[in-house]
Design a protein around this ligand. Sequence first.
Ligand code: 5GP
Ligand code: ZN
Length: 112
Amino acid sequence: MSDCLFCKIAAGEIPSAKVYEDEVCYAFQDIAPQAPTHFLVIPREHIASVSGVNAGNSAAVAHIFEVIAKVTAEKGIESYRVVSNIGEQAGQSVPHLHFHVLAGRDMTWPPG
Ligand code: 5GP
Ligand code: ZN
């Protein structure tokens, strides 16, 4: 999608601090970290949010969870939170599917 911030980040058109990449997904440091570890994992394909996941693109989502498991294990992170906000009320500010990976501090439940 030509006018999407995260499509541009995945394409390297806007700089970011890379954590991991492959042909399906891209992971990078959040610009405003909410925990000592806070990176985002996005599909290279534009999907607006979890609400846009379907049988035709869900393989990318499964792959992203494999990547999250692999990258956190490589970093020695045993406890972490994965968050995806869907829609304005839930706090989604960028309309390209992304999974926040947060770790390194105590977290509350339920979330605020
Ligand atoms: P959301 O609010 O949609 O769940 O998450 C969007 C996240 O993207 C936020 O945590 C925000 O800090 C991050 N973000 C927004 N713009 C940029 C950017 O240009 N670069 C990076 N690395 N992160 C961004
Ligand atoms: Zn996009």
